[in-house]
Design a protein around this ligand. Structure first.
Ligand SMILES: [Zn+2]
Length: 509
């Protein structure tokens, strides 16, 4: 057995050699020379971490950071100053423009019949207002799982408050619900509905009397006021309607849109590579947040991890072979706008990018590396083994479009998502509980250290970690992983945001 194993290994090795570095490089830190540097980085990250201090400052001194608002601008200035203080090189901001800005005003609702009491609501982002002083009306149900049927009778929505419910089986093309919901909101507006309650997120609207705000389409806004209502309040309204009672509410929502586009910026700093400075590995997270609290878990933890990782790498004093570029993106919550802008602005040098590494799933410890490419698991496995004293990490080739890894994956590069085990994220996600209280300093320090270690290993190992894939190969992988429907719903398939040349290579589906 053993002999056969060796023979097979030699043959595989020879084959791998013939196919290039990508496959021949399944060496871990013990064999590829990165271990001494990694040990220093781990020491700085775990023994000398300021990640939680950064998160405290970001939460309390900057606060909510909705893209395009003064709060977000304050965050951008804070992050640039922090990167300079940490000692990163070439610190600067890279501006991009967003289609329209939005500011939350107030949202109030009251149940008038069959009982009388206050209802807890908050506006969804980039949605409109009721008449000044509010509106009163009867509540009518709309089944999110049968929107096509519902939209045949829009005339009955005039003067009503629409309560979005989920009845019957979820449609098979569930990924398109998000896009269809936008069509429904436009129809509701046109029909003269007073407001819309619920419908977003579904399972995300966890109990404990929390509202969860968010965007209702990639780069999309809606004139009709749409509110998130606490699961408990919405549940009661649904039960009243189910039992045939007439439900009346008064609702007053006031928000403001900007007249035209607004500017935002990504914040960038680097550790320049000692051998191949032109080759860049991006370490990122989104700096922007929602505004019902401080954005500590979405994505203050990610932003503080990026800064903590940068600090550990700078202090370890180990200049990697290639450049590590730290990027705090904005506009993530409105459709990955900052990371799409980054990929567009750096299109000429994307061939020299090795991918990006992003953390954005709340407050828990990292438990999985989603590499965003299916060919790198073998190369990554020895590294995952080398960090096993931090925990056991699953590794897969899944692409992740829920955060700033997506645009890198579309560019043919590994958008590596460090998934976190965050069971409480369903409460803090986009809610008033998204606060520092939810974050444990030791978990944050470990995540930041893992980010630093991963970045250092990828940037310093002798062989390049990944070459960019041609668009056709990426497209095939995304179809295989069933991401095409989701991307179509977001109107970024086939690769619409990344230029025409990819477009014609994408497969018909
Ligand atoms: Zn996020």
């Amino acid at each position: 057995m053993r002999k056969l194993g060796v023979l097979v290994a030699v043959l595989l090795g020879a084959l791998a050699g013939a196919r290039g570095d990508e496959k021949a490089a399944a060496k871990g830190p013990g064999e590829d020379g990165t271990l001494p540097g990694l040990a220093r980085v781990a020491g700085e990250g775990m023994m000398n971490s300021h990640a939680y201090d950064y998160l405290t400052e970001l939460s309390d001194e900057v606060g909510a950071r909705v893209t395009g608002t003064p709060g977000a601008q304050k965050g951008i200035e804070w992050a640039a100053a922090k990167m300079k203080a940490i000692g990163l090189e070439n610190v600067h901001t890279e501006k991009w423009t967003m289609w329209r800005g939005w500011t939350r005003g107030s949202a109030e609702a009251e149940l008038l019949a069959p009982a009388r009491r206050k209802l807890a609501v908050d506006a969804m982002g980039w949605t409109g207002s009721t008449a000044a002083g509010g509106a009163e009306g009867e509540v009518a149900r709309v089944n999110m799982f049968a929107l096509d049927e519902e939209m045949k009778n829009t005339a009955q929505w005039a003067g009503k408050v629409l309560l979005v419910v989920q009845q019957g089986p979820r449609p098979k093309d569930g990924d398109n619900l998000f896009a269809r919901f936008g069509d429904f909101l436009k129809a509701a507006q046109k029909a003269g509905a007073l407001a819309v309650i619920g419908g977003q997120g579904g399972s995300k609207a966890a109990g404990m009397h929390l509202t969860h705000t968010g965007i209702l389409g990639f780069e999309a806004d809606f004139e009709v006021p749409v509110v998130s209502m606490t699961a408990e309040d919405q549940g009661q309204l649904e039960r009243y309607l189910e039992s045939g009672k007439t439900v009346r509410v008064r609702i007053n929502v006031q928000n403001t849109f900007t007249k035209g586009p607004v500017e935002s910026a990504n914040v960038v700093g680097e550790i320049r590579g000692r051998e191949h400075a032109e080759q860049v590995f991006v370490v990122g997270a989104h700096l922007d947040s929602w505004d019902l609290s401080e954005g500590a878990t979405d994505n203050g933890t990610g932003s503080a991890s990026v800064l903590g990782a940068a600090e550990a790498l700078v202090r370890a004093g180990q200049r990697p072979r290639r450049t590590i570029r730290f990027v705090l993106f904005t506009g993530e919550e409105q459709g990955l706008l900052g990371s799409f802008a980054y990929v567009k602005q750096h299109q000429a040098e994307m061939g020299n990018h090795l991918g990006d590494l992003v953390v954005d799933t709340g407050q828990g410890p990292v438990d999985r590396f989603e590499l965003g490419r299916e060919d790198l698991g073998e190369a990554f496995a020895p590294f995952a083994k080398a960090i096993s004293m931090f925990g056991s990490f699953a590794v897969n080739g899944e692409a992740m479009f829920g955060t700033d890894t997506g645009p890198f994956t579309l560019a043919g590069l590994p958008g590596i998502h460090m998934h976190q085990n965050s069971p409480e994220y369903k409460y803090t996600h986009h809610s008033a509980a998204d606060a520092l209280e939810a974050v444990k300093p030791e978990v944050l320090a470990q995540n930041a250290t893992l980010m630093a270690l991963t970045a250092y290993w990828i940037a310093d190992r002798p062989e390049r970690f990944a070459e960019p894939w041609p668009a056709e190969r990426t497209a095939k992988m995304l179809v295989r992983q069933h991401h095409d429907a989701e991307l179509k719903a977001f109107k970024i398939w086939p690769f619409g945001n990344l230029g025409a040349e990819e477009k014609k290579e994408a497969p018909q589906q």
